[in-house]
Design a protein around this ligand. Structure first.
Ligand code: CA
Length: 244
């Protein structure tokens, strides 16, 4: 999965230049032209990094950064602030913006791509091979750790394997028998309702910060990992009747 970079920049030519160079460097790109649009996009899908112009119309880059830091889902989201020469980045650094790095305009595209990579490496040490990701969820396979936004999610080994299975094919619906087979293997003693119970615990752990529910219950079918803005936390699990 390619890392998603959200570019927030009101100057169209610079926005275009940044998008072109990041895409050429292998990143997926989302673009916003002001702070409100940026926050709305982040609500839909949390990016892996935000390139945030300091001088934006209406909401300033500083205010956007503060708001991102206040939300649990984006508190740990890497932010690189773009500042113009003369905006005194040294002084801005002292303002506790929460930005991970500053890049002063004008900059070379190569330099910017290098800074993006460096910040991503610091923020997500295993990015690019040993990690699975979906929406604001990250699974570090080497360290056996899961993060949702800036929050660490603690899972049992079985919950971890179950989540890994979903993360490998987001959006796809799996029946309980399928999950049993693929996650629990050939342990014949396990019952289908164990799957439901494990899903319930996984869901509780994933949503413990009050985030949107990422596990969809498909009536009479099974479960899928997907994201729909505004889905209530802890959507009802299969009823006993559906459990058969
Ligand atoms: Ca600007």
């Amino acid at each position: 999965m390619r890392p998603l970079v959200l570019i927030v920049e009101d100057e169209a030519p610079l926005q275009k230049l940044l998008a072109y160079n990041l895409e050429a460097a292998g990143f997926e790109v989302a673009q916003a032209h002001d702070g409100e649009e940026a926050l709305a996009l982040v609500d839909e899908r949390v990016p892996d990094l935000v390139l945030l112009d300091w001088m934006l119309p209406q909401l300033s880059g500083l205010e956007v950064c503060r708001r991102l830091r206040r939300r649990p889902a984006t508190a740990g989201l890497p932010v690189i602030m773009l500042t113009a020469r003369g905006e005194e980045p040294d002084r801005l650094r002292g303002l506790e913006t929460g930005a991970d790095d500053f890049v002063t305009k004008p900059f070379s595209p190569a330099e910017l791509v290098a800074r993006v990579r460096a910040v991503l490496r610091r923020a997500r040490p295993v990015f690019g091979g040993q990690a699975l990701a979906f929406h604001d969820l990250r699974m570090d396979l080497a360290a056996h750790r899961v993060h949702r936004g800036g929050r660490e999610v603690h899972l049992s080994p079985t919950e971890f394997r179950l989540l890994r299975h979903f993360l490998e094919t987001p959006g796809r619906v799996f029946g309980r028998a399928q999950l049993l087979d693929r996650v629990w293997g050939d342990d014949l003693e396990i019952e289908l309702r164990t799957v439901d119970a494990t899903i319930r615990r996984l869901r509780r752990a994933l949503n413990a910060g009050g985030e949107a529910d990422l596990l969809r219950t498909v009536r009479a079918e099974g479960y899928a990992l997907d994201y729909k803005p505004g889905r209530p936390v802890g959507e009802a699990p299969l009823t006993d009747a559906e459990n058969g």
